[in-house]
Design a protein around this ligand. Sequence first.
Ligand code: GAP
Length: 443
Amino acid sequence: MAEAKDNKLEKITSWSKRRGFIFPGSEIYGGLGGVYDFGPYGTALKNNIKKLWWKTFVEDREDVVGIDSSILMNRAVWQASGHEGGFTDELVECKKCHKRFKADDMPEEKCPQGGEHELTEPKAFNGMFKTFVGVTQNDDAQTYLRPETAQGMFVDFKSVLETSRKKLPFGIAQMGKCFRNEINTKDFLFRVREFEIAEIEYFIKPGEDEKAFDMWLENWEKFVTSLGIKPENLKHYEHPKEGLSHYSKRTVDIQYNYPFGWKELTGLANRTDFDLKAHAQASGKDLQYFDTESNEKYFPYVVEPTLGIERLMLAIICDAFEELEPRTETTEAVTEKEIVLHFDPRLAPVKIAVLPLMKKLSEDARKIYDDLKSCFGGIEYDESGSIGKRYRRQDEIGTPFCVTVDFDTIEKDQCVTVRDRDTMKQERIAIKDLKNFFFEKLV
Ligand code: GAP
């Protein structure tokens, strides 16, 4: 069973490279561990996920505002937040093969030199990437690439509060690149060194935090399942009290059933007033909230739902990926299995492919393509190869609809054939009704 599942990750990795979704970073130079680049379809998929997240949690909500803070922050931020002292993993090294591992995540492999690995005592290893601001490379110029976006929202809390005129409870959301110098990167996009986090710091009156936590856990899970991830592939993991991060009163992960096992997809933490208090103390600035209803000043509590975009993207791909016996007729003898990606139409990189049955029909097909493109993004035009081969190509990148233009379209009925990726059902639709037809399916 485990073997079949590992195999699925290998298949996905090779499909994603072959079809322009995800490539190893700096590949022509032999790559760079734990760094990936997104190709044209991968970028479209990722952007569609991010757009939906932003719409759901920022644009559609009255109680959340979005910001975009810098990746580089004053080193004092990371000292106050506890990251400089505490964002560490235990590193061990095998004395025989000199491979390094995370002490609490040892692989089952044997030492390539023979027998078991012979490990050194664990040493603390800070996961932040160090860098220098300006031309001098000394301690005063040193800072880090951010390992989370959260601190930007705490540091900007007062400015956002004053300019947005929000009252508790309210949230600040942002999404952006984060960097972690992981000891071991593995499982494709699951553990990488450069990735994006989408997270919300939701500020509430102390005492209202537990209710807010439950509300956000429900919202977060609803969002993940709304993207098409099957509920049976998700479960909660409640962190034991003794294993909580230094800032957390309660942490719950939503785990996904990845091909390599149940692993954290996303998480929620009750960060209490830890961060605002720490930054107020270190900066000397008043980061308390004045409650006009009760006439008191206090540090709000914070519930933080957080989500790694790459982990979500990997879960979406794993859930949507299906390998089938050949189901589409082609003129060529095709024996290998067909791959179909059952993406939610809102996420699919290409939403509609316009396919003239013969090259002679290209002028008319192009008119339909131009018209659809002006209305919906992500439309592809393809006239090369047999129609069966073109359907397969689109199924492989998860295009939900193909529009075929044939001779009847021009000579008889002004209708096209619309093929559904999942059911393979074909319907004749009048060209004049196409936009409305797709508007209902895609928007
Ligand atoms: N602000 C809280 C925070 O950063 P985290 O659990 O350390 O919490 C947030 O990270 C999310 O980022 C995780 O739930 C996971 O989805 C994702 N994540 C963390 N480390 C990652 C890595 N090395 N590669 C890919 N995604 C990662």
